[in-house]
Design a protein around this ligand. Structure first.
Ligand code: NAP
Length: 331
């Protein structure tokens, strides 16, 4: 147990913040014991994974819990698929690399997403037409109030676009996730960047697919270890058909992707159209290459970040009547 612990290096946006208490565990029994003990049972608690989707804009007066249990275990196999039980603190991309090396397909399009396996279901991570819920079987949790162990199946997790029950309910720590991967590779190359990259590729393999995703991401997204950032900052907004039609009259080049009767619009495009790519103020800025990524260029403050968020939201709203929402959780 650490007291008065700096959180700056524990989240990838690296704002200066502290937690009253910080507890890292490998063995889930240790966590269960702690939860039921005085004074820890009375404190507000929060779980932290790799810190790539959380930004601490305030000090945290309570206990931060960080899982450190790692490992991948095959618990069931058939000729068609394998079920892997992956411990929560396993690095997500290490899990993808493992699956690709074994010839297991289903998460290769999610290569190079930062963070841990335990954090992946929280926002139902997605990229290049794939999302975690496509391969999800169940997850195991410990209740932070009672110490009870509970298993959630896919339906109980309420998965949605970059969304799940665990985004709003902080009652549980996810301890392990079970994924079902196919033994046969079924490439998913619908996204234009990917199909362009693979246009001359013959006999696409799982390894080639993973490498393509890594190359594309590296060419577009800044590395958090070089430039502190949290990946995609805003959700892609969804507008109704009438709003979409009206926007197209004014902005004929507006990209949009149908979702049922509505349209998903790339937030990056909206921000770029407002002339904000490369914008900087008080140490916080928008990446010069990808308008969806905010960067802590120069030890910026939480106030500077909030000001930048408001500025972006206001500009986008004024131009498109669309309210951008953060994908990142501000704590
Ligand atoms: P992009 O290819 O420039 O496309 C912009 C947006 O349009 C994407 O966010 C994507 O939505 C949507 N889109 C593009 N082609 C689509 C299609 N065929 N069908 C449906 N929607 C489509 O996007 P990008 O910024 O370079 O990102 C590429 C992928 O990586 C995206 O899936 C993105 O979400 C993901 N990504 C994830 C993170 C992260 O931090 N987890 C960071 C950057 C990018 P979707 O976002 O719904 O896919």
């Amino acid at each position: 147990m650490k007291k008065n612990c700096s959180l700056q290096s524990k989240h990838t946006f690296q704002l200066a913040a502290k937690a009253d208490y910080f507890f890292e565990y490998i063995n889930t029994n240790a966590l269960q014991v702690l939860i039921n003990q005085h004074p820890w049972n009375k404190l507000p608690k929060r779980v932290l994974g790799g810190g790539s989707n959380t930004i601490f804009i305030n000090n945290f007066h309570g206990l931060i819990i960080q899982p450190n249990n790692q490992g991948i275990q095959c618990i069931r196999q058939t000729p068609e698929y394998v079920d892997l039980l992956v411990q929560a603190a396993t690095n997500w991309d290490d899990c993808v690399a493992y699956c690709v090396s074994k010839g297991y397909s289903g998460i290769e399009n999610l290569s190079a997403i930062p963070g841990t396996v335990g954090a992946a279901p929280v926002q139902n991570i997605g990229a290049y037409g794939a999302q975690l819920s496509d391969v999800f079987v169940y997850l195991d949790t410990i209740n932070l109030k009672t110490g009870e162990i509970k298993r959630f199946n896919s339906k109980q997790c309420h998965f949605n676009y970059r969304d799940s029950l665990f985004k709003y309910n902080q009652e549980y720590v996810i301890t392990a996730v079970c994924l079902r991967l196919k033994r046969q590779f079924q490439p998913n190359c619908n996204y234009q960047d990917l199909s362009n990259y693979l246009v001359d590729t013959k006999q696409l393999t799982l390894t080639m697919m993973r490498q393509a995703i890594i190359d594309i991401r590296q060419s577009k997204l800044p590395d958090p270890s070089q430039l502190p950032n949290s990946g995609s900052f805003f959700k892609n907004p969804v507008v109704n058909a009438a709003h979409h039609k009206q926007l197209l009259i004014q902005f004929p080049l507006l990209p949009a992707y149908p979702i049922k009767k509505e349209f998903k619009v790339p937030a990056a495009w909206l921000i770029e159209q407002c002339g904000l790519k490369g914008y900087q103020d008080s140490g916080i800025g928008i990446d010069k290459t990808h308008a969806l990524v905010l960067i802590n260029y120069d030890n910026g403050s939480a106030e500077a970040l909030l000001k930048t968020i408001r500025h972006i939201q206001q500009k986008v709203y004024n131009q498109f009547s669309i309210q951008l929402e953060t994908e990142i959780e501000l704590v």
